[in-house]
Design a protein around this ligand. Structure first.
Ligand code: SF4
Length: 427
């Protein structure tokens, strides 16, 4: 394990040294993404090829599914020697056949890899190809890894969306330019953005992931894409390899982030500034008013983010620029300057930026800094609370609708609430 300091280009916290840490990660694995992805993709099914631990993680993370016909399951692979691997493939084929016979509505089946050594030995790409040929064109069978060895928490979504990119049909050269919004957003938030794009006059808009397999949008050199989640590094690269171009923008968090994100699309599609301002003004004003409610509680308060979801940098930017909070340390599992470079430039230059995790050193720094609020994983929150430090569970930020104008007030409130609770407990 080692820590090191590398210097970044000038501008905002871009001038700050980045503390790079290489230790054990205290975050969920990429399987967790299934919890929100299965809600988004309504005719997809996620078959985790894993152990009982994986099954428990999914069941406890998505316990609500007892109310509905589930759209994920775990095929449990018990320990066996290499000679038994052929049986493993047969068993997987049997499970898939049974599943698809029983659930004819499934249009996309993801075989999701995990970390047990038996699963690592199993070639899921080959299995997906073999089964995909058998069930095409009714069912698309794809694979990706959600293993805790290869992926942290939100990287599962990145791996899943990257697996979908080769399935997107080719947008013929010379087609009218299309906008692609990339990242799983709650339906209500996606609908709000679609209404705004329509009002702006940007008519050809696709989303990845699409709600239904038949709506998977095409992609090509006439596709411009906006990233709605900062953790989609592989997906962005896969889209660029298909010729699509990334529109650089802030992430759509808060009044300013959302305005910047929408403006990037508006400029690219030639929407004039007056029309743009007229369309977004009501939402932007509502967002500002809603945020103001939490400002009194948050202004001047010091905040530390421990690395968890990769949402840390854009959220710190939102809290610093729109609520007057003071980011002390902003830790993130990976720092992709291409996707969050503009966000970094807006953080105060003295913000300590860290990439990767060394949990003991990070906790030592939190204890020395004593921020007013620490955003961290579930496992670290209780020990910090017992030391009198207020915490916010990072996972709530992933599971709550936080993008766009209409959610800006709720997003601010998610940070204000733990501070209010602390004040009440003190009285
Ligand atoms: S994929 Fe690995 S880290 Fe994730 S639940 Fe399964 S065993 Fe645990």
């Amino acid at each position: 394990m080692s820590g090191g300091v590398a210097h970044a280009p000038a501008g905002g916290a871009d001038c700050a040294p980045v503390l790079r840490e290489r230790g054990q990660r205290e975050v969920f694995c990429g399987l967790t993404g299934i919890v929100w992805l299965h809600r988004k993709m309504q005719d997809a099914f996620f078959l985790v090829v894993g152990s009982r631990t994986c099954a428990h993680l999914l069941q406890s993370a998505a316990g609500v599914m007892i109310f509905a016909e589930p759209r994920f399951a775990t095929a449990i692979i018990e320990e066996r020697d290499l000679a038994g691997m052929a049986d493993c493939h047969d068993e997987l084929d049997r499970v898939v056949t049974r599943l698809l016979e029983r659930r004819p509505e499934i249009r996309t089946l993801f075989l999701v890899g995990s970390c047990p050594s038996e699963v690592i030995k199993l070639d899921l790409a080959k299995a997906a190809q073999r089964l995909g040929t058998q069930y095409a064109p009714q069912v698309r069978i794809l694979n990706y890894s959600g293993s805790g060895i290869e992926t942290t928490f939100t990287e599962g979504e990145d791996a899943c969306l990257a697996a979908l990119v080769p399935e997107m049909s080719a947008l013929p050269a010379g087609s009218p330019t299309e906008l692609l919004v990339v990242g799983a957003l709650p339906d209500i938030v996606e609908d709000q953005f679609m209404r705004l794009f329509a009002e702006l006059g940007v008519e050809r808009v696709g989303v990845l992931p699409a709600r239904r397999a038949c709506d998977l949008p095409p992609v090509g050199p006439d596709t411009l894409f906006l990233i709605a989640q900062p953790f989609l590094t592989e997906t962005a690269m896969a889209l660029e390899n298909r010729g699509a171009r990334h529109l650089e923008a802030l992430l759509p968090f808060g009044a300013e982030g959302t305005t910047d994100w929408l403006r990037a699309a508006a400029h690219a599609f030639g929407v004039d500034d007056m029309h743009f301002n007229r369309v977004i003004a009501p939402g932007r004003e509502r967002a500002k008013r809603a945020i103001a409610h939490s400002r009194e509680k948050l202004e001047g308060k010091r905040i530390t983010f421990l690395p968890d979801s990769q949402l840390e940098v854009p959220l710190a930017r939102f809290l610093a620029t729109e609520l007057g909070m003071v980011p002390v340390e902003v830790g993130t599992p990976y720092l992709n300057r291409r996707l969050v470079g503009r966000e970094l430039a807006l953080l105060p230059a003295e913000t300590r930026i860290s990439e990767g995790q060394h949990v003991d050193r990070q906790l030592d720094r939190v204890r020395a800094d004593r921020p007013d609020l620490t955003v961290c994983g579930l496992g670290l929150a209780n020990p910090l609370e017992s030391e009198g430090l207020s915490t916010k569970w990072a996972i709530e930020l992933v599971f709550s609708p936080i993008h766009g104008f209409e959610q800006a007030g709720d997003l601010a409130e998610l940070f204000a609430r733990p501070l209010r609770r602390r004040d009440v407990l003190r009285v």
